[in-house]
Design a protein around this ligand. Structure first.
Ligand code: SF4
Length: 190
């Protein structure tokens, strides 16, 4: 039997990208928790736009895009729409992307009150305190929106944050057609 040796360098790598919108970066930290699995992943995957690579443009078509965080500003919405256009499969990763989570706690009050409480009425604000205002700053939205209310989302990975092994296995499922299911009791919110 003649064995065919596959050179990993000749395998056409799938392209994965990640963005962080209105979140705490915990979901990205969880992705780094893949540890040695990450080394397996980069044998078959290349990372495009991502805080991991510091690539910020949307010029390359991506097979899978992973989103952390919901939309709290016009900039978040713009980034998410461009990300949708550039990714074949889009995945909301973590509670912030899926339902707004902690940033959405402000949704029950008017945005003016949110800004006042955050900048003018906190215990550390003095008489010189101002609400930041500049044309270059992103504009805050009336509330924090989960990603699926802005663009079509194909898959969801719940958790806060979801475990690195779950994120890894979901990416494997999507790219390689494996069939891993996350048991409900493994989802964590801590
Ligand atoms: Fe952070 Fe949790 Fe939001 Fe992920 S889901 S960005 S860990 S607060």
């Amino acid at each position: 039997v003649k064995q065919q040796v596959v050179n990993p360098a000749e395998v056409k790598k799938k392209v994965v990208a990640t963005v962080s919108l209105s979140g705490c970066f915990g979901c990205h930290m969880s992705m780094l928790d893949m540890d040695l699995d990450l080394l397996d992943l980069i044998e078959v995957v290349s990372f495009n736009r991502s805080p991991f690579t510091d690539i910020k443009d949307f010029t390359q078509r991506c097979d899978v895009g992973l989103i952390e965080g919901g939309c709290c500003s016009d900039e978040n919405v713009e980034v998410l729409r461009k990300f949708r256009e550039s990714c074949d499969i889009l995945v909301s990763v973590g509670a912030c992307a899926i339902n707004g989570n902690l940033p959405a706690l402000r949704n029950w009050m008017p945005v003016e009150q949110t800004l006042r409480e955050a900048y003018l009425e906190t215990p550390t604000a003095d008489s010189t305190a101002l609400i930041p205002h500049h044309e270059d700053l992103p504009k805050i939205l009336d509330k924090v929106y989960p990603c699926h209310e802005v663009v079509k989302i194909d898959y969801y990975i719940p958790g806060c944050p979801p475990g690195g092994d779950h994120i890894y296995k979901v990416v494997q499922n999507l790219l390689l057609g494996t069939n891993y299911e996350v048991p409900y009791e493994k989802f964590k919110y801590d």
